[in-house]
Design a protein around this ligand. Structure first.
Ligand code: FUB
Ligand code: ZN
Length: 684
C-alpha cells in the first residue's frame, strides 16, 4: 500500500477533531461502523440492510435467535454459572449475595446482550427488546457514580486496577461494543449512556498513560470497544483512548508474551501468546488504523498475518496449538521464554488431538480477517474468515443450538482426555457437572451468528462487494447517494451456483465485486446469460462494472471439487496424512460413519479416491457428505506398547463417509479425525 504524505495530518485530525457523526448515514448502523473511516476500501452495511432469506446462515441465524439466545439468557441467570447476570443485580442493590463466577463474567453477559441486539435488528422481536431493557437497567444501576463498573471488583475486597488477570478492561470493552450495537439496533441511548460514562472514566485513568498500568489489560476487547464508541459518538477522545491502549501495551519492561505485552505491537515480528488476546489486540489495532492510517500499525498487522496463516493456523482456521506450558520457542529469537497458555505454539507446531483452538480465539481470527479485508480489499482475508466461520467457529455449537465446545481439536481418540477442558462431548446447560468453568465461548458464537449478515457485503460509492455467499437480500442506500437492492439465491456452501438479481441500482456506473474463493478453479460469471467478460481469478474479486438495471441477473458458478490437501512437511503430526476439503468446508471422519468393528486408525485413504458427493437433508441439520472406498488395515488388538511392529499393509477395503468437521460430536461420544493417513508412502 502506498504511503500517503497527508496521512500524518489526517491521523492528527482524527485523533483531535473527532468526526461528524450521522446516525442515519448508510452504514452508520453496521455491526462495525466504518461509514466515516478514511482508511477502508468499503463500508459495512447497516445490520438491518442485509437479511438472510433461509439457506445455511439463515437457518443458523434463526436457530440462534429462537434457541441459543433464550437458552443462554436462561442459563446465565444461574449464579452457579461461571458467567451470570446475578452479579449485576447484587451490585445494583437489587439482590443479596456475593460475587460468583469467573473474572470475565460481566463481559460474557455484555456479549449476549450484543447478540440479542443484532438479532433484534432484523427480527424485531419485542421479547428481545424487553430482555435487553431489563438487563441494561440493572447494569446502569450497578455502575459506580464515576462510571466504573466491574462486579468482580465491586462485590469483592479487591481494589481497582491491581491485577490485569481480573479482566476489568476486557469486560468494559465488551460493554462499549455491546452498547454501540444496542444503540444501532434499537435507536435507544440507555446502554450508550452507560458506555459513555464508563469511557469518560477510562479516559481519566488511561489517557495520562500511567506507567504502572502499562500492561493493562489482559484481553484487550477495550480497544475495539473504544474505537467503536468513537465511531458512534464522533468524540475524538475515545479514538485517542483506543490508540493509547495499543501504544501502552508492551511500552514498559515487565510485560509478558502471554498477552503480547513484551514487545510493542509496531515492533512485533511473531504471533505469540494467548490467541484470544492476540487477535483482539490486532482487531483493535486494525480499527485504529482504519481511522488514522498509521502505516506502522498496518505493517505490523501484515507481518503477523503472514506468521499466523503460513505457520500457526490449523486447516480449520483455528488458532492456538497449546493449552498451557512454555511454547517450544527454539525457532524463535526471544529469550527468556515466557510461560503461556491458550496460546500460539512455535512455527508448524500444530498437534491435532491436543489442539486448543478456543472458540473465542477462532472467532477473533475471523473478526481480525474481516477487518483486514476492509483495510485492503484483498480476497485472501475473506478466505481465512470464511474458513473459520464454516469450520472452527461452527464446530463450537451443536446442531441443536444449545451445546458448545470450548476447545476445537482436530482429532478425538476415545479414552484419551485432553490436558484440560475435555472435548469428549459438547457441554451444555443440561450437562449437570460440566468440567468446564468458563462461559466465554457460547455468547461469542451467538453474537457471531446474529451479526454475520453484517459481514456479508461491503459498500462504497461506486461498488458493492459480495464477501459471503448465502441466500440473502441487500437493501441499502449507497455512500454518495443512490440505492441498491440485490437478491442473492444459492445453496452455498453445498453448491457453488449463486444467482444475484438486481432489483434496484443507482443511475451511475456501479461495480459488483464478487469474491472468487481460492478453491474455485475455473469459476465463471454470467450477466443476463452472457459471459461477463471480466477477469476471473481464484482468490480475488471479479469486478463487474457497468450501469445496472432492475431485473439484471448475475450467475456465478464456483466449481466445488473435492480437494485433498497435505500440510507443510514441518507439521510433524500430519506427515503422510491428507485433509479433505470441498468448497469452504473441511471434512472429517467420525467413528459413527464407519462400519461396526472398523477403527478410525485402521483407515487409509488412497491418493486419488473416487468421491461420491451426496446431500443428506436429514443428517445433522442437512449436510453434504463425501463417500469413498478407502483401504483398511487388518484389525489389530489394541496394544499398550509404545512401539510395536509395523502392521502388514492395507489389505481390505472399507466404505467411509466424511461429514463436515463442524458437524462432528452431535451423535453421542465418538472418535474423529480431520487428518487421515494416506495408504502409501510417497509423501515428501
Ligand atoms: O480472557 C477471557 C476469556 O477467558 C478468554 O476468552 C478465554 O481464553 C479465557 O482465558
Ligand atoms: Zn471462549
Amino acid at each position: 500500500m502506498k504511503t500517503n504524505r497527508f496521512v500524518p495530518l489526517l491521523s492528527a485530525l482524527a485523533l483531535f477533531a473527532g468526526r461528524a457523526c450521522a446516525d442515519d448515514a448508510p452504514g452508520a448502523r453496521g455491526v462495525v461502523n466504518t461509514s466515516a473511516s478514511p482508511h477502508v476500501k468499503f463500508q459495512n452495511p447497516d445490520l438491518s440492510a442485509v437479511r438472510w432469506t433461509g439457506g445455511f446462515w439463515g437457518d443458523r441465524f434463526e436457530m440462534c435467535r429462537e434457541v441459543t439466545i433464550p437458552a443462554l439468557f436462561q442459563v446465565m441467570q444461574d449464579p452457579d454459572n461461571s458467567a451470570n447476570f446475578q452479579n449485576f443485580r447484587i451490585a445494583a442493590g437489587l439482590a443479596e449475595g456475593e460475587f460468583s463466577g469467573n473474572h470475565w463474567s460481566d463481559g460474557d453477559c455484555y456479549k449476549l446482550i450484543e447478540a440479542a441486539a443484532a438479532a433484534y435488528c432484523t427480527a424485531n422481536d419485542p421479547e428481545l427488546d424487553r430482555m435487553m431493557d431489563q438487563w441494561i437497567a440493572v447494569i446502569a444501576k450497578a455502575q459506580d457514580a464515576d462510571g466504573y463498573i466491574s462486579t468482580q471488583i465491586q462485590l469483592t475486597d479487591r481494589e481497582r486496577w491491581q491485577d490485569l488477570k481480573y479482566h476489568e478492561l476486557y469486560n468494559m470493552g465488551h460493554l462499549l461494543t455491546a452498547a454501540c450495537v444496542h444503540h444501532r439496533a434499537t435507536g435507544k441511548d440507555s446502554f450508550l449512556n452507560v458506555a459513555r460514562k464508563l469511557a469518560d472514566y477510562l479516559c481519566t485513568v488511561f489517557l495520562p498513560r500511567p506507567v504502572e498500568l502499562a500492561h493493562f489489560g489482559f484481553n484487550p476487547s477495550n480497544i475495539m470497544g473504544a474505537a467503536e464508541l468513537y465511531r458512534t459518538t464522533g468524540d475524538a477522545k475515545y479514538l485517542r483512548l483506543a490508540k493509547t491502549f495499543v501504544d501502552m501495551r508492551g511500552s514498559a519492561p515487565g510485560g509478558s508474551d502471554q498477552n503480547q505485552a513484551k514487545v510493542p505491537l509496531r515492533q512485533e515480528q511473531e504471533a505469540v501468546g494467548h490467541a484470544v488476546t492476540a487477535a483482539y489486540l490486532w482487531c483493535g489495532a486494525a480499527d485504529v488504523y482504519a481511522e488514522t492510517g498509521e502505516q506502522a500499525l498496518l505493517d505490523a498487522l501484515l507481518r503477523l498475518w503472514e506468521d499466523v496463516t503460513q505457520r500457526k493456523m490449523y486447516v480449520t482456521g483455528g488458532t492456538a496449538a497449546m493449552h498451557t506450558g512454555e511454547a517450544d520457542r527454539r525457532l524463535l529469537r526471544r529469550w527468556p521464554r515466557d510461560s503461556v497458555h491458550e496460546a500460539f505454539g512455535a512455527p508448524y507446531q500444530l498437534p491435532n488431538r491436543t489442539a486448543y483452538n478456543e472458540t473465542c480465539a477462532n472467532i477473533a481470527n475471523a473478526m481480525w480477517n474481516w477487518r483486514m479485508l476492509a483495510l485492503t480489499g484483498e480476497a485472501k482475508y475473506a478466505e481465512v474468515m470464511e474458513r473459520v466461520l464454516y469450520n472452527s467457529m461452527l464446530s463450537a455449537i451443536g446442531t441443536d443450538g444449545r451445546d458448545f465446545f470450548y476447545t476445537n481439536p482436530l482429532r478425538r481418540v476415545d479414552g484419551q482426555p485432553l490436558l484440560s477442558n475435555d472435548s469428549a462431548t459438547r457441554w451444555t446447560d443440561t450437562t449437570p457437572a460440566s468440567p468446564l468453568r468458563c462461559f466465554c465461548c457460547p455468547p461469542s458464537v451467538a453474537r457471531t451468528l446474529t451479526e454475520l449478515n453484517g459481514w456479508a457485503y461491503g459498500l462504497s460509492q461506486d461498488a458493492v462487494w459480495v464477501h459471503l455467499y448465502g441466500s440473502s437480500e441487500l437493501d441499502s442506500r449507497l455512500p454518495g447517494g443512490g440505492e441498491v437492492r440485490l437478491v442473492q439465491q444459492t445453496r452455498y456452501p453445498w453448491d457453488g451456483r449463486v444467482t444475484i438479481t438486481v432489483e434496484k441500482a443507482p443511475e451511475r456506473e456501479l461495480a459488483l465485486m464478487l469474491r472468487i474463493p481460492g478453491w474455485a478453479q475455473g469459476a465463471t460469471v454470467q450477466v443476463n446469460d452472457q459471459a461477463a467478460g471480466v477477469e476471473i481469478e481464484p482468490l480475488a474479486y471479479a469486478e463487474l462494472r457497468r450501469h445496472w438495471s432492475a431485473g439484471d441477473t448475475i450467475q456465478i458458478d464456483l466449481p466445488m471439487e473435492v480437494l485433498m490437501v497435505e500440510a507443510h512437511p514441518l507439521v510433524e503430526e500430519t506427515r503422510n496424512h491428507a485433509a479433505v476439503l470441498r468448497g469452504p468446508m473441511v471434512y472429517c471422519l467420525e467413528s459413527a460413519d464407519l462400519p461396526a468393528g472398523v477403527r478410525l486408525d485402521d483407515v487409509r485413504l488412497p491418493r486419488q479416491p473416487a468421491w461420491q458427493v451426496r446431500h443428506d437433508a436429514d443428517l445433522l441439520r442437512g449436510v453434504t457428505v463425501l463417500q469413498t472406498e478407502a483401504r483398511q488395515l487388518p484389525p489389530s488388538s489394541p496394544s499398550p506398547a509404545l512401539y510395536r511392529p509395523v502392521p502388514a499393509g492395507a489389505t481390505g477395503c472399507v466404505s467411509v463417509r466424511l461429514i463436515p468437521y463442524y458437524a462432528w460430536a452431535n451423535r453421542g461420544p465418538s472418535e474423529m479425525t480431520v487428518w487421515i493417513p494416506l495408504s502409501d508412502d510417497t509423501a515428501r
